[in-house]
Design a protein around this ligand. Structure first.
Ligand SMILES: [Ca+2]
Length: 725
């Protein structure tokens, strides 16, 4: 047999797969509604790579998921089946073995495709079956944490890691085979258990610094009246509970919205890297690139968060498909056709020339991408939610081009929205006699679709559990509820559950949170509480510190992940064993620094300058013994105590400099080797709406001296005098 030179064989292989067997790359993001991309009209989001993908592909203006929650949507995208067809009536969330047989990836593989999956998985497979069974190459890359430690000790965000793997996959692609590659990101999902603003939506380093100077605009539909008009089962469910984890204060909203957009841009950056590698591998001309999300997302719209609901922001997802082979006039178009997540597996098979199984519920989008909308394209989509039915209100219904009808069948509540006259779905026409005919028709249509996709679900087992009060007194108590005594125990005495810090410095010794340094620290380091931000509170903790030790209780701080994942700014009750003037003082880390030395009663004027308006006795507290520290913060009034003796009292009228909400942490400080311990650590959250003290009610007496600033001062330094020159 005559051997061809290797280059020529490679060319032949590429040619053989070129015409009708395109490669397929499927980028899937988590929890992203369509409006969060530049090409979908977001005014701030920087997504140049996705915008350019849309500019050479088809951008679907009306793409939806059928069931708006991670795993059901993902299972639909693998199986081609609507949610309630995945399992049995009793356990609709659990995919049966029978329904797990024909993932589109299995069929592509049988047809000679090399298949790969990197990233989030979350599909609940039948017992004994593994996700790796459905791919040639599989790696589950999750979050919690978003940042993974690489062998060289550096941290890499899962978004970048997934694309690194994807690029490696492409580099190893044999020339004589087509491939189908999934890169399913965990972003933009929140890190649910980590409610520190910013880290709640930890972003890849490639997006550091973005949007820092931009004011995040208020969310759409945030008029309180819109929330108030919702039925109770909505107002007290998980979709309200998590609102208090991420959006309910201006500080949280700004920080988390910036972080979310950084996640979006971080994904865009990573996709840009991948597309470049695809180009360099010579595969771009024969590779279809698909971008979508597993579900939409409320981002404080209607006073809600998350997905789950029947509203547009929950059901709408971005969908961009760029097939480089289509005719030029078909590139860069916007399709108005209703597309569903269930259409994707059918499309993938269609592109590969593999027959779409009759059992699949979706339709191939290939004709929509290649030419104009075919006649007879669907005009209605079926939507449902039944996952976690005891905590998330379940519904089923149908969306037509004009109306959306859904019934929350466990709650005896129907919705009918006129999408043409009321696109924001603010009016419920279900009890409007003028729409009785439409209601009847769509009820009936829902019955038919329900029957087609597996029939009605049996009655809910047990009771529906409310997740929160609609208007909790102290929103921090929603995240980690207090015990019967009203206090939240912050430390379990055994491990650092609920806390985050570098284990090089932080551990548990003798039933106490223990921070240790060996004297070589270059930067102050922190252990921060992930449970919630804190606003108004009474904090009690027992503290023991070695002589020479320097530490502090950090509160209402902001995480600074661009400096370090464990670095935090904010107010601090200092713990300095050897220096009574500093022990219990009020300092502001990476901010206005010393605000009140120990023993000083201080008013911070609106311009940020602190003035001493009273004095308290300064006492010495011995090192290496346990002392009771207390921090009481109400509005803009801060007080510190050690062993019942007040050490600092401060009123903060500096609107620009102060913080009213933020994270809690403890510190180890640069300087000599030290050991600091904390135990019996508890907090009582006070009402969020405690009034702020007003400057006009607390005049600074003329002649009050200024607080001595930190750092080297001239020998003849004299404090400024209030009202003086
Ligand atoms: Ca999701």
């Amino acid at each position: 047999m005559k051997l061809l030179p290797p280059v020529f064989t490679a060319l032949l292989g590429a040619f053989a797969s070129a015409a009708d067997r395109p490669n397929i790359v499927f980028f899937l993001t988590d929890d992203q509604t369509s409006g969060s991309l530049g090409c979908y009209g977001h005014p701030l989001a920087q997504t140049p790579n996705l915008d350019s993908l849309a500019a050479r592909g088809t951008r679907f203006q009306n793409a939806f998921v059928s069931h708006s929650i991670c795993w059901v949507s993902r299972t639909t995208m693998l199986t081609g089946l609507m949610g309630r067809s995945h399992g049995t009536k009793e356990e609709p969330e659990h995919l049966t073995a029978e329904n797990a047989r024909a993932f589109y990836t299995d069929l592509l593989r049988q047809a000679g495709y090399r298949t790969g999956h990197y990233g989030k998985w979350h599909t609940k497979l039948p017992k004994g079956s593994k996700p790796a069974d459905h791919f040639d190459v599989f790696e589950d890359i999750g979050r919690n944490p978003f940042f993974k430690k690489l062998p060289d000790g550096t941290l890499r965000h899962e978004t970048d890691l997934i694309v690194d793997r994807g690029i490696e996959f492409v580099k190893q692609q044999p020339k004589d085979k087509p491939f189908a590659l999934n890169m399913w990101f965990n972003a933009c999902h929140a890190e649910d258990a980590d409610r520190r603003p910013g880290l709640h939506f930890a972003w890849p380093q490639s997006a550091n610094g973005l949007y820092a100077d931009q004011e995040m605009y208020r969310p759409r539909l945030d008029d309180p009246a819109i929330f108030e008009a919702l039925p109770d089962f909505f107002k007290t469910s998980i979709t309200r509970e998590r609102y208090f984890w991420r959006w309910n204060t201006p500080e949280k909203y700004q920080t988390n919205m910036r972080a979310y957009l950084r996640q979006v841009t971080g994904i865009d950056n990573a996709i840009g890297r991948f597309l470049k590698a695809l180009e360099e591998a010579g595969l771009a001309d024969n590779t279809i690139v698909v971008y979508s999300a597993d579900n939409g997302y409320h981002m404080a719209n209607r006073g809600l968060t998350g997905k789950w609901s029947h509203f547009e922001e929950s059901l709408r997802v971005p969908l961009i498909i760029a097939d480089p082979r289509v005719d030029k006039p078909q590139r860069g178009k916007v399709s108005e056709a209703a597309a569903l997540n269930v259409d994707l597996p059918a499309s993938f098979l269609d592109w590969a020339g593999v027959p779409v199984p009759a059992a699949y519920h979706g339709r191939s989008l290939k004709p929509l991408v290649e030419s104009a909308k075919p006649a007879g394209w669907r005009t209605e989509t079926f939507h449902e939610h039944f996952a976690v039915r005891n905590r998330i209100p379940a519904y089923e219904g149908v969306r037509t081009e004009r109306f959306k009808y859904v019934r929350y069948f466990d709650h005896n509540h129907e919705y009918l929205h006129d999408l043409q006259n009321d696109p924001d779905e603010l009016k419920n026409l279900a009890s409007d006699p003028a729409h009785a005919g439409t209601l009847k028709k769509l009820r009936q249509r829902t019955d038919e679709l329900v029957a087609q996709y597996g029939g009605p679900l049996p009655a809910m087992k047990g009771q529906f559990q409310k997740s929160t009060d609609a208007h909790p007194v102290a929103s921090a108590a929603v995240s980690v509820p207090p015990g019967p005594d009203g206090w939240v125990n912050l430390f379990n005495g055994k491990n650092l559950n609920g806390w985050d810090g570098d284990p090089q410095y932080w551990s548990v010794e003798d039933g106490a949170i223990t921070g240790k340094t060996d004297g070589t620290l270059k930067m102050n380091r922190f252990l921060t509480w992930k449970g919630s931000t804190i606003r108004n509170f009474d904090l009690r903790v027992k503290v023991k510190v070695t002589a020479g030790g320097n530490s502090g209780l950090q509160y209402r701080g902001a995480m600074l992940p661009e400096v370090g994942l464990d670095i935090v700014s904010g107010y601090q009750c200092d713990i300095v064993a050897n220096n009574p003037d500093y022990n219990g003082m009020l300092y502001e880390e990476r901010g206005r620094r010393i605000l009140a030395h120990t023993g000083e009663k201080v008013i911070v004027a609106p311009d940020g300058r602190p003035w001493i308006v009273g004095k308290m006795e300064v006492k010495q507290f011995a090192p290496d013994e346990w002392h009771d520290y207390r921090v009481l913060v109400r509005g803009n009034h801060h007080q510190h105590w050690i062993d019942g003796h007040m050490t600092a009292d401060l009123m903060d009228f500096d609107e620009k400099g102060r913080s009213l909400d933020g994270v809690l942490g403890v510190q180890v400080h640069v300087g000599p080797a030290m050991k600091i311990q904390f135990k019996d650590f508890k907090i009582q959250h006070l009402p969020d709406d405690l009034p702020l003290l007003k400057f006009e009610d607390h005049p600074i007496p003329a002649g009050s001296p200024g607080v001595k600033p930190q750092g080297k001062l001239p020998k003849d330094w004299q404090p400024p005098v209030y009202g003086g020159k």
